[in-house]
Design a protein around this ligand. Structure first.
Ligand SMILES: [Zn+2]
Length: 152
């Protein structure tokens, strides 16, 4: 039965607490969610915003990402390689950021990655340069991502 008012639960960055706290809740309540993860294997914490005063938070390991995917209650989606600000990248860097993360996550999960969430989009960056910029849209289309999300 199709819900009258469907919602999509989305979580970005792939924090380890998604594995320890979110996944058990999803299983318990038979609910699905999309987790947008980063695909830079040496990246194990939120170093991109620790310099701005955010406390350190661990990211899921590749094994935890795979387990989330295999649970059947999580869609693993792309949030870029290392949470770089897409509006500051060259076209080649942008294409790499989007296509490489899709490819790495597909190799990791053995399944197609169809969604991408733009990392590090702030009100300021959106007002300075419309988001997603055409270069981002073009790179997404070339990588065959089917949906793009704007979350931070
Ligand atoms: Zn993020």
């Amino acid at each position: 039965m199709k819900p009258v008012k469907p919602i999509i639960l989305i979580f970005d960055d792939g924090y380890e607490d998604n594995y320890f706290h979110l996944m058990p809740l999803l299983k318990k309540h038979h609910v699905k969610a999309v987790i947008f993860v980063l695909a830079d294997e040496p990246l194990y914490n939120n170093r991109w915003n620790m310099a701005e005063g955010e406390p350190e938070a661990a990211l899921m390991s590749p094994e935890q990402i795979i387990e989330c995917h295999q649970s059947g209650c999580v869609e693993i989606a792309s949030h870029g390689i290392s949470h770089r600000r897409l509006t500051k990248l060259t076209d080649d860097e942008l294409a790499f950021e989007i296509s490489a993360t899709k490819r790495r996550l597909e190799e990791m999960t053995g399944d197609e990655v169809v969604s991408f969430a733009y990392p590090t989009v702030t009100a300021r960056s959106v007002s300075q340069k419309p988001s997603p910029p055409q270069a981002t849209v073009s790179a997404l289309l070339r990588s065959q991502v089917q949906s793009g999300w704007q979350i931070t």
